[in-house]
Design a protein around this ligand. Sequence first.
Ligand SMILES: NC(=O)c1ccc[n+]([C@@H]2O[C@H](COP(=O)([O-])OP(=O)(O)OC[C@H]3O[C@@H](n4cnc5c(N)ncnc54)[C@H](O)[C@@H]3O)[C@@H](O)[C@H]2O)c1
Ligand SMILES: O=c1ccn([C@@H]2O[C@H](COP(=O)(O)OP(=O)(O)O[C@H]3O[C@H](CO)[C@@H](O)[C@H](O)[C@H]3O)[C@@H](O)[C@H]2O)c(=O)[nH]1
Length: 429
Amino acid sequence: MVNICVIGAGYVGLTTAAVLAELGHEVCCIDKDQNKITELNNGKIPIYEPGLSEFIAKNTNRLSFNTNLEEGVKKASIIFICVGTPSLADGKTNLSYVDAVINEIAPCIHSYKTIITKSTVPIGTNEQIYEKLLAKKISPELFNIVSNPEFLREGSAIYDMLHPDKIVVGLRQDDTQSLPIIQEMYSRIQAPYIVTSLNGAEMIKYASNAFLATKISFINEIARICEAFHIDVNDVSKGIGLDPRIGPHFLQAGLGYGGSCFPKDVKSLEQIALSKQIHPLILQAVQTVNDTQIDVYIHKLKTLFPDLHTKKIAVLGIAFKPNTDDTRDSPAERLISRLSQLTCDVCAYDPKAKLSHDQHHVRQVNSLDEAIKGADCVVIATDWDEFKQLDWTEIKKQMNGTIIVDGRNCLNRKEIEQCGLRYVGVGRG
Ligand SMILES: NC(=O)c1ccc[n+]([C@@H]2O[C@H](COP(=O)([O-])OP(=O)(O)OC[C@H]3O[C@@H](n4cnc5c(N)ncnc54)[C@H](O)[C@@H]3O)[C@@H](O)[C@H]2O)c1
Ligand SMILES: O=c1ccn([C@@H]2O[C@H](COP(=O)(O)OP(=O)(O)O[C@H]3O[C@H](CO)[C@@H](O)[C@H](O)[C@H]3O)[C@@H](O)[C@H]2O)c(=O)[nH]1
């Protein structure tokens, strides 16, 4: 058992804290947001992540929440940095939250600490953190910096952290102490270790997200070509995905990728490359396809409804993916904004997520029935199971029109058509 301080109680920090407590460690999770900490101390979880609430409740004897960083850091031998690293306007990474944490930790280092960065940070950041701490006159005998990027997916965060496909550990060249400490801490997790340099670990995280985003933009481009030849792109995904060199995952065409990671991380990697005068052609193309994917759907809607601005559109889904309440950079919200600009009457529904801001002509309703009632068109914008299992005969009775736009290529086309509805997907033949 070790004493651990996790800084940041967001999707990654909360999951990390809960999983480390489950592994038997004493964990103090710090956030500067007093409301979050008060909620957590009252047994409320500020985000929706399946199973997280129960998991935290199960481990409360070894898990505490606090706003006082000094208290958490002083008694811990391991410190996790899990604060946000959002995009700046130019696409580079905003490191101000990480920098603030380093400034706050520094005066509290009086005994040996292993400082682990889980936040996704640009190449070179961990080296810079080490130099910053030295510049603050912290003895190199008192700390080490480790990069241990996180690969969890929202919606399955706990499972992913308990069953990772690898544990990536980036170390400083002369660091001989940290690896055994990390291995001991994660001893109950079965996964191969990838031990590399600090920069190497940072790059593995960016390359991983960039590759997955590339698969999505690739299949979205293939879908556009399929459409011109009346080919079903879902058959193509299946067909190519069976080749183990390609694999079946992340080949679902649709409204494009969103969320708090892919858009910002691909942009950040582009900027990292440009900072070294490397022109990242693929990364730029991946973003161009993604940025124009909503246009594909708007074009379809305009063709289906020349008087689109007079239509009532039910948008099912607000979250950037199912099983989360997260709307950061959500393609569903991107679509809703475009429909709002076109002055359509938009009725949005999501089982968990709320619209992040008010928009003209857009109402969020609390039930699916309310959203669908009188709709000229229903658009599936997030592939929640609840939407995949809809009774289309019932839906048809409640709608005014007959068009179902499958923004995630996740519905059974035949079933919908058998009910007398018109199915519209991207690249569905
Ligand atoms: N969300 C994911 O699925 C995911 C997965 C892997 C990696 N990551 C990376 O992990 C990092 C965190 O992402 P997230 O989604 O958990 O972010 P988040 O925004 O949900 O949480 C960050 C938390 O840090 C807190 N914070 C900021 N500054 C602080 C400070 N000085 N002291 C204490 N608390 C502070 C904020 O109040 C917030 O609660 C990012 O770098 C992200 O790229 C995210
Ligand atoms: O075939 C697919 C798969 C996903 N998506 C979209 O891609 C986005 C991201 O999905 P997903 O990767 O499942 O969600 P995240 O929770 O953002 O997780 C990604 O980003 C995290 C943060 O870095 C990483 O830790 C994870 O490994 C990585 O999968 C969502 O908008 C999905 O709808 C598609 O359009 N088609």
